[in-house]
Design a protein around this ligand. Structure first.
Ligand code: FAD
Length: 372
């Protein structure tokens, strides 16, 4: 019997496994593939803030960026590469956002080195840019390191039943608590208000004689060179889904798109593609991640005193699945957000610390129920 069963061993599942095992909990981590076998294994995994003018997601990512850089450096310094980042505007609108960002930010701004300016194309040199200290992590090794103290089981979870104060998983494993960290791959509960968008992404590793000292972000992200290898990612493909598409994914098309976009930023020479990575990002419909307990929609709707048509829904009046939470919807910022969100979720599980309503799954229930 386990204290907590986590379903999904991507960066979200592994980060929460880390927090809970650190707190002395007995944790089982179940994934139908491997650790980092879903979207997380495909990630670059650049740790960067969002360079936009304003907005809730920008604020959240700023906090998460500071938190996760510190978290990775403190706990796994050997898996974090601290590197300067150069973000180059794609167009005039983007340039305007960067100028506003630079005026407002408290992050230290760097002057790009001569080396990186010489390495980028003429076109990229003429665009507005911003440079800060940032990082990238080894995605797969990071997930494995985070999950080290949990018991890992490779198995697809098909049944989840709550009985006599205990969750029974696949009629095989028992746990007091369940955390769903299944990304965009499966929906284990039939709750219509939870909807996630799977956004397929393709990333490549190339060998090149071009030396790139920075993390570069423009039309795609380009990693600093490591032993002659550079990572380029990622595509954003909303039309392909590995579980529902009838045609196989066109790898050659993805490769061509990545190389063409990267070549607009970096003077790439002697290129040889050595590895492809693909996976699904999981995005929520308001772009903000989803963290916390799940509303039992049928039971909640039966509550006759429930006020559905209100601007300020009372989430505490809803009915919830017992001891069941979710962490999902990180979009393209999984490795930036996961340590920060896992901290929030673990504090909720361990000491019932309240989660910001902005992150709660209940916000989607409120919106869905209003339309009924
Ligand atoms: C190409 C690409 C590049 C990216 N680059 C970056 C980047 O540079 N920086 C960044 O921060 N983010 C990046 N991201 C985004 C980041 O990878 C995602 O936000 C993150 O992986 C989401 O993690 P997750 O744990 O929610 O989901 P996943 O990693 O997808 O994990 C979910 C897991 O759940 C398992 N699962 C689902 N259902 C079941 C079931 N029923 N039973 C058992 N197991 C189940 C799946 O097998 C999967 O392993 C990138 C994503 C892609 C695709």
């Amino acid at each position: 019997m386990y204290d907590v069963a986590i379903i999904g061993a991507g960066i979200n599942g592994c980060s929460i496994a880390f927090e809970l095992t650190q707190a002395g909990k007995k944790v089982i981590l179940i994934d139908m593939c491997s650790v980092a076998g879903g979207g997380s294994g495909a990630a670059g995994a650049f740790i960067s803030p969002k360079f936009s003018k304003a907005g809730e997601l920008k604020e959240l990512l700023h906090e998460a960026f500071l938190y996760s850089m510190d978290f990775y450096e403190t706990n796994f310094p050997h898996l974090l590469s601290k590197r300067a980042l150069l973000h180059i505007a794609q167009n005039d609108e983007d340039a305007e956002s960067l100028r506003t960002y630079k005026e407002q930010t408290q992050l230290e701004l760097l002057t790009p080195s001569k080396e990186i300016i010489n390495a980028i194309t003429q076109e990229a040199q003429t665009q507005e840019n911003i440079s800060i200290n940032a990082g990238l992590v080894n995605a797969e090794a990071m997930c494995q390191a985070l999950a080290k103290s949990a018991k890992f089981v490779k198995e697809k979870v098909e049944s989840l039943v709550y009985d006599e104060g205990m969750w029974n998983i696949n009629e095989e494993y028992c746990a007091k608590e369940v955390v769903l960290a299944t990304g965009a791959y499966e929906s284990l509960l039939d709750e219509p208000y939870i909807q996630l968008r799977g956004i397929w992404g393709h990333r490549i590793d190339i060998k090149t004689t071009t030396q790139n000292p920075y993390s570069l972000h423009q039309f795609v992200s380009i990693s600093p060179s490591k032993e002659g290898v550079v990572a380029i990612g990622a595509t954003h493909n909303v039309h392909y889904h590995p579980q529902t598409s009838t045609e196989p994914y066109d790898l050659e098309e993805g490769r061509a798109e990545l190389l063409a976009k990267a070549a607009r930023t970096l003077k790439l020479e002697d290129v040889e593609i050595i590895r492809d990575y693909t996976g699904l990002r999981s995005g929520s419909f308001d772009y903000i991640p989803i963290v916390g307990p799940l509303v039992l929609s049928n039971a909640t709707l039966q509550n006759k005193s429930l006020r559905l048509h209100t601007k300020t829904p009372d989430y505490e009046s809803y009915s919830y699945y017992p001891n069941l939470t979710m962490i999902n919807g990180n979009g393209g910022y999984g490795f930036v957000l996961a340590p920060y969100l896992a901290k929030i979720l673990s504090e909720y599980i361990l000491s019932e610390k309240k989660i910001s309503p902005r992150l709660l799954p209940a916000r989607f229930f409120a919106r869905w129920a209003k339309k009924l």
